[in-house]
Design a protein around this ligand. Structure first.
Ligand SMILES: Cc1cc2nc3c(=O)[nH]c(=O)nc-3n(C[C@H](O)[C@H](O)[C@H](O)COP(=O)(O)OP(=O)(O)OC[C@H]3O[C@@H](n4cnc5c(N)ncnc54)[C@H](O)[C@@H]3O)c2cc1C
Length: 377
């Protein structure tokens, strides 16, 4: 689209998570009039860590926000998969991108720091907190949103970045989250409580192949004087309640064959502060956009967390949407939204498929990165 046309575009982004915040940045940088509407009254995220992949890091460099991200991350060398006793099954260097003499590494970050760093880089006035979209109308060449605080706005483009239970997606899809019959119990602990296991910046997955029980041990050594550890227990569980309440004793029993140091960490966890969540994803969605409304992030393609690609994909969607709008080959908004979907849908749906396969002893023995053939890091 032409620069002048982009300048006149009014874009509303629903959701101020990783997808929405990055969209706010990328779309305001191409000159559009952007507002990001987040239902929460303040910016925040659950206490857990994630790995930012090289393509995400590269995009943040392009958007000029890398210094803010760099300040709250540690670069990591490899991802290691071990059995439950701690015997190494696979150790593989993170895929990395090298371009124009620059190397983009995988970096470990706390989710809260991530969303705070991103939203902190948004131009003044872009982020509108305390706005919950409650009614959305697709008018064909625009979209109108009513918020729970009485505000009503009409946009040339409405971006649904409102997560797995997206209200925007409901314009055309009745898809609901698909339970994975598994739970994730997540906590961030001080490095001093890590039983001496916080030794470097590398992600370790302890996997009991035959039961599918696992612990993701993700170092956040840049946090606090002792560093911190994001400790994520994922286990098969038939209870699909969104926020289950499983007692610590039950979890300890499930993990009883794990390395005693890991068990000791679990024993010492303040269980009231552990974030419990039933794992769920979405079936692949055929439709990601109309002529004026488009989905990004989990709203379009929520995936299970086993490949650590959900937030990364959400960020890359936002960059791809901005690229599609500035591409001169796309003369109209509708063409740009179609081009965005055409670019992102295939690779991301492949990530959804691979993530659903989770881990077992056989797959873990082959590679730590089964997705590497499907995406350009
Ligand atoms: C256990 C677990 C571990 C994970 N680990 C990783 C990992 O290691 N790496 C990785 O890349 N990904 C990981 N993910 C996936 C990642 O969390 C998601 O893919 C990511 O959060 C998606 O970002 P998003 O912005 O699309 O959606 P969300 O993070 O869900 O953000 C949506 C935002 O929209 C707001 N919102 C919702 N409805 C409305 C409304 N009506 N009006 C206004 N605002 C609204 C919400 O408040 C929220 O702020 C993990 C997920 C889980 C559950």
């Amino acid at each position: 689209m032409k620069t002048d046309d982009i300048k006149n575009l009014r874009i509303g982004v629903i959701g101020g998570g990783f997808a929405g915040a990055t969209a706010g940045l990328a779309l305001s940088q191409i000159g559009a009039q952007v507002k990001v509407y987040e239902q929460a009254k303040q910016v925040g995220e659950v206490g857990a860590g994630i790995g930012l992949r090289p393509a995400t890091v590269k995009l943040f460099k392009r958007l000029g926000v890398f210094p803010a991200i760099e300040a709250v991350t540690s670069p990591s060398d490899y991802f290691e998969i071990l059995d439950e006793k701690g015997n190494v099954i696979t150790r593989e260097q993170w895929p990395h991108l090298e371009e124009d003499g620059q190397r983009h590494n995988t970096r470990m970050i706390h989710r809260h720091d991530f969303v705070v760093a991103l939203t902190g880089q948004l131009p003044e006035g872009v982020l509108q907190l305390g706005h919950r979209a409650v009614e959305i109308t697709d008018n064909g060449d625009s979209a109108t949103v009513k918020f729970d605080n009485g505000v009503e706005e009409t946009f040339d483009i409405l971006v649904g970045a409102d997560g797995i239970k997206s209200r925007v997606r409901a314009l055309w899809s009745d898809s609901q989250p698909v339970p994975a019959n598994a739970h994730a119990y997540r906590a961030v602990i001080d490095g001093s409580e890590g039983e001496g296991m916080l030794v470097d910046d590398n992600l370790r997955l302890y996997l009991q192949g035959e039961t599918g029980r696992m612990i993701y041990f993700l170092p956040l050594r840049h946090r606090g004087p002792n560093g911190q550890i994001s400790f994520d227990i994922t286990v098969p569980h038939p209870d699909t309640t969104w926020n289950p309440q499983v007692p610590k004793e039950e979890v300890l029993e499930m993990l009883k064959d794990f390395d005693p140091r890991l068990l000791s960490i679990v024993e010492k966890l303040d269980w009231d502060k552990v974030n419990q969540r039933a794992a769920a994803d979405l079936d692949p969605q055929d439709k990601w956009n109309s002529d004026a409304v488009v989905l990004i992030g989990d709203a379009a393609h929520a995936m299970l967390h086993h490949q650590g690609q959900g937030a990364n994909s959400a960020v890359l969607d936002a960059g791809a949407l901005a690229d599609a709008l500035t591409d001169p080959a796309n003369e109209t908004v509708a063409e740009a939204l179609n081009a965005y979907t055409a670019e992102r849908q295939g690779p991301v749906q492949e990530l959804q498929r691979i993530s659903r396969e989770s881990w077992n002893a056989e797959s873990a023995g082959k590679t730590a990165f089964p997705e590497k053939e499907s995406i350009d890091y």
